[in-house]
Design a protein around this ligand. Structure first.
Ligand code: 5RP
Length: 222
């Protein structure tokens, strides 16, 4: 099985969990990335079975609309029953690193607004300790150098993601060489830096269920 086939398999497994929740007044949350894209595509035959979706990025919103799913604003949708999204890394406690696709801020908002977060990943994303994948931090452009110096003080090596502007008009610093043994503490510490909009640690609100694709099939971890 290729990584893409595993991503497709976990998207179908997520659909099996979400299908019983769908109803005429239900709005679901949907993430960003290649795995989330498989989930969006799998939703197509069910597009008329629920009210719509809140998307964590403009790219996902476009794909949802192309598949016949109405896209709603979070402000009018209220609390969502479920959020389905991928991740760049997950640890044994379902703390995540996200933001490889630069959508971390809206992803964190929609995850926070959801009662259940189903994380869909291929097996390469499983790690004992977060930090091998560089931690994305979304930063107000004028604060880029200031925040980079502060991230060095926290033990990381920030690298400016050249040529990327987020859906919110900000820039991304990818922080290398972190060994994240206190994900909640680091998430809060980075959030406290003036100029930081959001960081890609999802520990204060991690995943509730991880569906992991392996060559032997999908494992449901909870
Ligand atoms: C985007 C994300 C994605 O969920 C993460 O990058 C995983 O992407 P993929 O499913 O393509 O491996 O956080 O900001």
């Amino acid at each position: 099985m290729t990584a893409d086939e595993m991503k497709k398999a976990v998207a179908m497994a997520a659909l099996d969990l979400v299908k019983p929740m769908l109803a005429a007044d239900v709005v679901i949350g949907i993430g960003t990335g290649s795995t989330a894209n498989h989930f969006i595509d799998a939703l197509k035959p069910y597009a008329n079975d629920f009210l719509g979706a809140v998307a964590s990025s403009d790219a996902s919103a476009q794909r949802l609309k192309a598949n016949g799913v109405d896209v709603l604003e979070l402000n009018s949708a209220g609390t969502l029953p479920v959020y389905v999204d991928g991740a760049d890394e997950f640890d044994p406690r379902f703390n995540l690193i996200k933001g490889g696709g630069a959508a971390l801020t809206r992803e964190k908002i929609v995850a926070q607004a959801s009662q259940q977060f189903i994380c869909i990943v291929d097996g390469s994303k499983q790690v004992p300790v977060l930090g091998n994948f560089p931690l994305p931090v979304e930063v107000i452009p004028m604060a880029r150098s200031l925040v980079a110096r502060e991230l060095v003080k926290l033990g990381g090596d920030p690298v400016y993601r050249e040529g990327v502007i987020t859906d919110n008009g900000n820039v991304i610093l990818d922080v290398h060489n972190l060994s994240i043994t206190d994900p909640k503490g680091l998430e809060a510490a980075i959030n406290n830096l003036p100029g930081v909009v959001c960081n890609g640690l999802f520990a204060l609100r991690g995943a509730d269920v991880v569906l992991m694709g392996t060559p032997d099939g999908v494992q449901s971890l909870s």
